[in-house]
Structure formats: structure tokens, C-alpha cells
Design a protein around this ligand. Structure first.
Ligand code: FES
Ligand code: FE2
Length: 434
């Protein structure tokens, strides 16, 4: 596929031609993928494919990396390692966010060496003390001489914010469809006032599986019987519903779902909150899905008792019973926006078989722990769910790495797994011109 940058399947501009053996190798692996079936084992075990994914998926697409409240004040920064690229984001005093390669223009040291911190008004490389301003300009290079250094600002990384979410793109020319996504999704997310929230808790876990298994696992709830805590609040009716084939408990849950749906939809309507599903999980580089969903029980939050964990609601929201606004972005993130808190999940590959999953719980900036929210109540459901998911991913990595593994059929309620595969293949074909 050889598409222009402005087409829906457009490829971002590449710096160098793709080596022919790599193109042939990836093409042969993609040819082995059977639509409607799980991915062949090589997709989880092949190192050359993993290297291609880092360059052409993670190096060329918009990636969610942080929520704005993670860097609330001027000088606050966060660092990330995306494949071979160390980068950082930093809040400037005017409130804007800069993103740069975290590679010194002198002899290459990482400049910011902690996961997060406060840089102040300038950034100084600890090695020979080259100093940069927050626009990346060299403002002091000690004995090395000013003139050549002035030509060597930090290399910028593209950065965009969307209703308090921070996305970066490492491509020289990023996919040009981000703004379209932002325009359509912002009315859903903005009422939750994420930019005026604060981080209540952040937990990093490492899943011992390929990043695609982490994403696949997130894109279906076929496995949700393995999440008893989550099922207190989550209705898992996705895709086609066939009432005839439901068990008695499922039919009871479906009846609860239908009545909760009616009641909650009336609240959304009254508050002017959009809820209709937008699903564009393939057919574009910056693919996404959003939908406001009703929750079981009291319908307020993803907590064990289904009631809000923080009594200080987000933004200017006035009703606790808003269900859960889901938002997914390919290739690396998913979110739940509730009335009282936001949950963000960012995944980044660490190695072919190791994936970072960063979960962040955010509440209103004025909410006080102990008075307005209890951290254990806020985090317990997703802490449990994350560790259950990590086990699913690890066991699938181990089982699917066996020479005896054969991909099985994807069920109707796993259709978003299939759409992730479709997107993944589209993007590799576009970027590698296959
Ligand atoms: S490598 Fe950064 S100042 Fe020398
Ligand atoms: Fe799960």
C-alpha cells in the first residue's frame, strides 16, 4: 500500500528507505495472519517483527504518555523510554507543554535521569553541564564554545493535549488525523475536567507478555468472569447481544442493564453529555473508540460498592450516576472517565515479552484524601483487575510461544481484538509500503 500522508491510511514521512529483507519478513508474517483468528505465535516471539513495531508503530503514531496533572507546575517533567528513544515532557511557566528527545546535544547523555521531577526554569545535563531552556535552546555550554552549541537545540518531539491527556509522536511528520479525533472526542471528555484534577495514585506493573497481548486483553471482556471485583460495576454487553444464548444470571444482568440504561440515559440527556458510540478502531492512523456506558448497581463508579469513591465530583459535574465513559486509542491506551475519578492506562513495550502498564487514578484537585476519598476504595478494583490481567497476558505469552500453538477463532464479543489486528496490519503495510 502506497498512500499519501493526507489519505486516511496515510503513512508518515520516513527518514530512510526500509530495508528490503525487513519488508519481506514482515510481509510474510502478515500474510500468515488469518482474519477472524488469533495472531500466529511469531507475532509474539519474533524479535525482528518487534524491532519493526518499535520503529513503525511506536515510532510513527500518536502515543498517550501522561495526564496533564502529572506535570501541574512550570518546570515539572516526566521522562519516558519508547523503544530506543528516551524522551521527556516538561511544563513551561506559561502552562504550555514541551516534549524533547532526552539526549544531550553534546555527547549524548540522558539529561533528565529520573522518572519525574522538577527541572526549574532550565535543564542541565549532569555530564558536562550543558544547559537548555524549556524551549530546548542551549543557553550555556561551559568551555565547549557557544557558537556551535547554539546550532544544537534539543530535538523536539511532537506533543498534543486532548482534554487533559498528553500524547506524543516521534515521527518527523506525525499522522495528521489527531485533531479530527480531538475535535470529536473532546465534548465527551471535557466535562470531566481532567486538567483540573490531581493524581491520587499511579501504579506501574510489568506484564510478562508482548504488548499486543496487553492491548488484545483490554479490547474484550470475554474473559471478564476472571474479574469478580470489576464485575460488581461493569456490564459486559458488547457487540451483538443474543439473549437466547444467555444463561439465567446473564439474562438477569441484561434486564438490569436495560433498565439502568434507560435511567442513566435520561441523566446524560438532562446534563447534555454525549454518549453515542464513535468507533473508528481502524481505517485511520489515529484510531479510537469512545462511548458512555452504564454501570451496574448504583451505577456511579468502578468501585466495589458501585458508589463514588470521591464525594468531590470532577469538573462541574453535578450528578454521581453517570456510568463510565470509555475511550480507547490505538496503539497504547485506554481510559475510564467516571463522575468522581478518571482512570488512565498507558502501555509501552519494554522488550518483546515485557510490557509496562501504567495506571493512574485522578480525582478533583480539591478532593482531600481521608476527607473526600479513601485511596483503598478508589484503587482496589483496578489493582485487582490489573493483576488478574497481568496473569492472563503472561500465561498467553507462554502458551502462544509453544510450537504447538495454533491460532483459534475470535468470537463475536472479541470483535475489538480483530479490529486491533486490522489496524496493526494496515499500519505496518502503510508504513513499510507493503
Ligand atoms: S553529554 Fe551532556 S553536557 Fe556532555
Ligand atoms: Fe481484563
Amino acid at each position: 500500500m502506497n498512500a499519501s500522508p493526507s489519505s486516511p491510511l496515510g503513512t508518515s514521512r520516513r527518514a530512510a528507505p526500509v530495508a528490503e529483507p525487513l519488508r519481506r519478513h514482515v510481509a510474510s508474517l502478515l500474510a500468515a495472519r488469518k482474519p477472524g483468528f488469533a495472531l500466529p505465535g511469531a507475532f509474539f516471539t519474533d524479535e525482528a517483527l518487534y524491532a519493526a513495531e518499535l520503529e513503525y508503530i511506536f515510532g510513527r503514531h500518536w502515543l498517550f504518555v501522561a495526564c496533564e496533572p502529572e506535570i501541574p507546575e512550570g518546570g515539572d517533567y516526566r521522562t519516558f523510554q519508547i523503544g530506543p528513544w528516551p524522551i521527556f515532557i516538561v511544563r513551561r511557566d506559561d502552562g504550555s507543554i514541551g516534549a524533547f528527545h532526552n539526549t544531550c546535544r553534546h555527547r549524548g547523555s540522558r539529561i533528565l535521569q529520573q522518572d519525574s521531577g522538577i527541572a526549574g526554569a532550565t535543564l542541565q545535563c549532569p555530564y558536562h553541564r550543558w544547559t537548555y531552556d524549556l524551549d530546548g535552546r542551549v543557553i550555556d555550554c561551559g568551555a565547549t564554545g557557544e557558537a556551535p552549541a547554539a546550532q544544537r537545540p534539543l530535538k523536539p518531539v511532537h506533543v498534543k493535549t486532548l482534554a487533559g491527556l498528553v500524547f506524543v509522536c516521534l515521527a518527523d511528520e506525525p499522522p495528521d488525523d489527531f485533531d479530527d479525533m480531538a475535535r470529536r472526542v473532546t465534548p465527551y471528555l471535557a466535562p470531566h475536567g481532567l486538567a483540573r484534577a490531581k493524581v491520587a495514585k499511579q501504579v506501574d506493573i510489568i506484564e510478562h507478555g508482548n504488548w499486543k497481548l496487553t492491548i488484545e486483553n483490554n479490547r474484550e471482556c470475554f474473559h471478564c468472569a476472571g474479574h469478580p471485583e470489576l464485575l460488581c460495576s461493569l456490564f459486559h454487553f458488547f457487540g451483538e447481544i443474543d439473549e437466547q444464548r444467555m444463561s439465567a444470571p446473564e439474562r438477569a444482568a441484561y434486564a438490569r442493564y436495560q433498565s439502568a440504561r434507560q435511567e442513566t440515559e435520561a441523566i446524560w440527556r438532562r446534563l447534555g453529555l454525549p454518549w453515542q458510540c464513535i468507533e473508528e478502531l481502524h481505517g485511520r492512523p489515529t484510531a479510537f473508540r469512545t462511548e458512555r456506558l452504564v454501570l451496574d448497581g448504583a451505577g456511579e463508579s468502578m468501585t466495589a460498592d458501585t458508589r463514588v469513591a470521591s464525594r468531590r465530583l470532577l469538573g462541574d459535574l453535578s450528578d454521581a450516576r453517570l456510568g463510565s465513559l470509555h475511550y480507547h486509542t490505538q496503539p497504547n491506551a485506554w481510559f475510564h472517565f467516571l463522575s468522581d475519578h478518571v482512570l488512565s492506562f498507558a502501555t509501552l513495550p519494554l522488550e518483546r515479552g515485557r510490557t509496562l502498564v501504567r495506571s493512574t487514578w485522578l480525582v478533583h484537585a480539591d478532593a482531600q484524601e481521608g476527607r473526600d476519598y479513601d485511596l483503598e476504595k478508589l484503587t482496589s478494583v483496578w489493582n485487582a483487575t490489573n493483576s488478574q490481567d497481568a496473569a492472563f497476558v503472561e500465561e498467553t505469552q507462554r502458551g502462544a510461544s509453544s510450537p504447538a500453538y495454533e491460532p483459534g477463532p475470535i468470537a463475536a464479543n472479541e470483535y475489538m481484538v480483530e479490529l486491533f489486528h486490522v489496524w496493526y496490519e494496515e499500519r505496518l503495510r502503510a508504513e513499510l509500503e507493503l
